[in-house]
Design a protein around this ligand. Structure first.
Ligand code: PLP
Length: 367
């Protein structure tokens, strides 16, 4: 039985990802924790993990144990770090698998210690310090009272310390202050020599700031080719290209509505291309009315009216050569995903992680 090509697919260029990883390595000047949460930002967790493991990185950063398990079961043995707090029910598996959690309080530490001791293991853990994110970690002021306690747990090896930047792409002054207070925290904890790994910088942090006392960086978005700091965009290569196809081209008369709500009415006889992708694939409906464009046969065309679940329409009046079956780029090298995100009133992280399972991921560029 013949199998038809997909309606909507994402081409993922792993050689471009390797380039972006090298940019992170140079800018950070240090070891890498590749952040692959949320299915490697929509790029396919297992494929990306296998590829990056082969590029020689220290850690994968994941959001939860489900993601950690998928990486382990993909046969990848690079160390795995859990970026956020864990709750009780997850910790036995974490200890058994030797994943690395970050600690936000003494109770968590005590529980991990008990589980590790019972299993006859010593678990490597990192301290999370809240220097401004407000999401997890010890607040700096409580550290002096707890460090001795933490050091006394026989089942734990305090291998690292980390913090997170909330505004590295929005507030330089605050971020500089935060980097300085993280440094003070480390001094308070006994100095850099006490830790094998010290980490603070996400993509915006490592592209825009000195690494200071950090010897491990945690790039996410930049690995996927998008710089949170627009000035640095030229250094990165595009990784994902979201594509679909024209399924139909017709000419509508002047005065004809296009799509739900009839927000767009033709003002001239208009050649309208129908394209087989919509918000059901993760292409954001919120771009509607904000001047979104597609890229087709080497140029851009405007999307007309609202994006629907499975289809959208574009004005191809000026391109008589456009026909059914033509490939369309929704975002990629020619239409930056950051542009689509801005028109949808959101951020590229949300667009990438919102691409749904219906979109087939095709990986290329591996050696
Ligand atoms: C998601 C995340 C990162 C990666 O952030 P980017 O802005 O995508 O580089 C780094 N650290 C932590 C703790 C995160 O949650």
């Amino acid at each position: 039985m013949p199998v038809s090509p997909p309606r909507a697919w994402a081409e993922i260029d792993l050689s471009a990802m390797r380039h972006n990883l090298e940019v992170a390595r140079e800018a950070g000047g240090s070891a890498i924790m590749a952040v692959v949460k949320a299915g490697a930002y929509g790029h396919g967790l297992e494929e990306v993990a296998r590829f990056l493991a082969g590029c020689g990185i220290e850690f994968f950063g994941v959001a939860n144990v489900g993601e950690a398990r998928r990486i382990a079961e993909a046969g990848v043995d690079t160390r795995i770090y859990l970026l956020g707090p864990t709750w009780e029910g997850e910790r036995e598996e974490i200890v058994a698998r030797g994943w690395t959690p970050c600690l936000s309080n003494v109770e968590e530490a005590a529980h991990f210690d008990a589980l590790a001791t019972a299993a006859g293991k010593r678990l490597r853990v990192h301290l999370a310090v809240d220097t401004g994110m407000g999401r997890g970690g010890f607040v700096a002021a409580e550290l002096p009272g707890v460090t001795d306690k933490l050091a006394s747990f026989p089942g734990l090896e305090i291998e690292g310390v980390g913090s997170h930047l909330p505004s590295a792409d929005e507030d330089e002054e605050f971020t500089r202050g935060q980097i300085a207070s993280f440094r003070e925290v480390i001094d308070l904890l006994g100095g850099t020599e006490r830790f094998r790994y010290i980490h603070l910088l996400n993509s915006a942090g490592l592209l825009g700031y000195e690494r200071g006392s950090c010897n491990l960086v945690r790039p996410g978005l930049m690995l996927y080719g998008i710089s949170p700091l627009p000035a640095m965009q030229g250094r990165l290569k595009n990784v994902m290209t979201l594509k679909s196809r024209v399924t139909l081209v017709r000419t509508l008369p002047a005065g004809h509505g296009v799509s739900y709500g009839r927000q767009f009415i033709t003002t001239r006889p208009t050649r309208v291309a129908t394209i087989g992708i919509g918000y059901g694939d993760g292409y954001p409906r919120h771009v509607s009315g904000h001047g979104p464009e597609i890229f087709l046969r080497g140029r851009r065309f405007p999307i007309l009216g609202r994006v629907t679940m499975d289809q959208l329409m574009a004005d191809v009046t000026d391109a008589p050569d456009v026909g059914a079956g033509d490939e369309v780029e929704m975002f990629g090298a020619n239409i930056p995903v950051a542009e689509v995100a801005a028109k949808a009133g959101t951020i590229p992280w949300e667009i990438l992680t919102g691409i749904t399972p219906r979109v087939v991921r095709c990986h290329c560029g591996t050696p």
